[in-house]
Write a protein that binds this ligand. Structure first.
Ligand SMILES: CC(=O)N[C@H]1[C@@H](OP(=O)(O)OP(=O)(O)OC[C@H]2O[C@@H](n3ccc(=O)[nH]c3=O)[C@H](O)[C@@H]2O)O[C@H](CO)[C@@H](O)[C@@H]1O
Ligand SMILES: C=C(OP(=O)(O)O)C(=O)O
Length: 457
């Protein structure tokens, strides 16, 4: 078990580099299953636990996967099974993205129902509706979903009831090898959808309209492996932008693409933060009191739900009262209880959280209830009086590369400890002392190398 320990009070300055986008690299790795010829080379693949998990899913299907220096190579020429096991799929919702490619390439797939962050019920009805429209027969039982097609999938017109990111991706991948033309209406427009479409197109697919609400896919017979650079992670970038703003800092977030961060930048500017887009990043300067603003999460290009909890941390430090409305997931306010342990005053009314600003945050022992909640608690810890201990690090490791190292590079007082499991040591708090702690440099070591099987390294 490990924890992040944060001592508040440091102003962040300097430059921090954003890693490749988790939400791009996962569907892109899944799409590599479509390559019947050649190897796929995915550059700027972040060394995250989620990347390891999806790679394990691919290995379990018979694909060869190697990872070195942020480059993943996938050899999917020979797949040995169409069944994705519970053991890996349960760890992460995005594992379900192998369903479209497997169904389309092999005509059959059996996959365990996906797990993931507990931020809502997260149904998969829109994925299944799409596969059925393409001609697949779907059956469910014993925690598994089975899909079969009689010959090639057939192109179809599919209207999504919700602009689901995952369903748009899964259907795009399934349609890439289908016979004829598929149109996805009310498609998700996120930058990660565009990145996946670019990847598929360079593999030989014909995908048009990605980034708009209507995507047209003309099926082809075969796809081949290619080299692709993953886009920078806009949510990681947004998290460091908030870190700069909340600490009254001046930080250059290298790699951040301002166009992908429109609503986050707009809200920060409304609050009084200066955001200067540069050639290869965004500079954030926070040198005046922050103003309260209201925020409503929406599908892209609206304000991202994945930045909601980090924004809440920032609004706790603004002057006045703000209202945050979460419209994407029905249970994404679990961080509120944890913020309250740090002396925050927040009231939940239905899908909105009323956030009282000017909070005098105090350090506390808190738990990351999901990935972004964990990041938000660390942000709050940066300005809290005293020490904040954030447990539940396995959530944070799903989406942030070397978080403690990157923040301490900007001047934050943060480090990570691995707790000795001995109850006596834990009770005595011995393991939390910096001198016995794993420090940031240690955290910088690629964790993959210690966690994974020899086939991987
Ligand atoms: C790996 C990845 O890219 N994860 C992102 C992706 O998740 P994910 O792809 O799971 O999110 P979706 O866009 O599918 O979900 C959006 C909404 O649609 C609902 N829904 C979804 C599918 C479906 O079949 N039926 C249905 O009702 C969900 O419950 C949710 O309320 O987009 C989310 C919304 O931007 C982000 O928070 C996640 O970080
Ligand atoms: C909710 C998230 O991810 P996932 O869809 O993988 O659970 C996230 O990245 O904040």
């Amino acid at each position: 078990m490990s924890k992040f320990i944060v001592r508040g009070g440091k102003r962040l300055t300097g430059s921090v580099k954003v890693s490749g986008a988790k939400n791009s690299v996962l569907p892109i790795i899944a799409a590599s299953l479509l390559a019947e010829e050649g190897e796929s080379v995915i550059v700027d693949a972040p060394p995250l636990d989620d990347v390891l998990t999806i790679s394990k899913v691919l290995e379990s299907l018979g694909a060869g996967v190697t990872y070195q220096n942020d480059i993943i190579q996938v050899d999917a020429r020979n797949l040995s099974t169409c069944e994705a096991p519970y053991e890996w799929v349960r760890k992460m919702r995005a594992s379900f993205l192998v369903m479209g490619p497997l169904l389309s390439r092999l005509g059959r797939t059996r996959i365990s129902l996906p797990g993931g962050c507990a931020i809502g019920t997260r149904p998969i009805d829109q994925h299944l509706k799409g596969f059925e429209a393409l001609g697949a027969e779907i059956s469910l039982g014993q925690g598994y979903i089975e899909a079969k097609s009689n010959g090639r999938l057939r192109g179809a017109k599919i209207y999504l009831d919700v602009a689901s990111v995952g369903a748009t991706e899964n259907i795009m991948m399934a349609a890439a090898l289908a016979e004829g033309v598929t149109t996805i209406e009310n498609a998700a427009k996120e930058p990660e959808i565009v990145d996946l479409a670019n990847y598929l197109n360079s593999m030989g697919a014909v995908v048009r309209g990605a980034g708009t609400g209507v995507i047209r896919i003309e099926g082809v017979e075969r796809l081949h492996g290619v080299k692709h650079h993953v886009i920078p992670d806009r949510i990681e970038a947004g998290t460091y932008m908030v870190a700069a703003a909340i600490t009254g800092g001046d930080v250059y977030v290298e790699g951040a693409i301002a166009d992908h961060l429109g609503p986050v930048i707009a809200k920060m500017e409304e609050m009084g933060v200066t955001v200067i887009p540069g050639d290869n990043g965004v500079r954030v300067i926070s040198d005046k009191p922050l103003k309260a603003v209201d925020v409503k999460t929406l599908p892209y290009p609206g304000f991202p739900t994945d930045m909601q909890s980090q924004m809440m941390a920032l609004l706790l430090r603004s002057e006045g009262t703000s209202v945050i409305t979460e419209t994407v997931f029905e249970n994404r306010f679990m961080h509120v209880d944890e913020f309250q342990l740090m002396n925050a005053e927040i009231k939940i009314e239905g899908r909105s959280a009323i956030v009282t600003g000017d909070a005098r945050l105090v350090g506390a022992k808190v738990c990351a209830t999901d990935l972004r909640a964990g990041a938000a608690l660390i942000l709050a810890g940066l300005v809290a009086e005293g020490t904040t201990e954030v447990s539940g690090t396995h959530h944070i490791d799903r989406g942030y590369v070397h978080l403690a190292e990157k923040l301490s590079g900007l001047g934050a007082d943060i480090w990570r400890v691995t707790l000795d499991e001995s109850p006596a040591d834990v009770a005595a708090g011995e393991t939390l002392k910096p001198e016995t702690a794993k420090n940031a440099a240690e955290e910088a070591k690629p964790r993959f190398q210690v966690q994974i099987q020899p086939t991987w390294v």
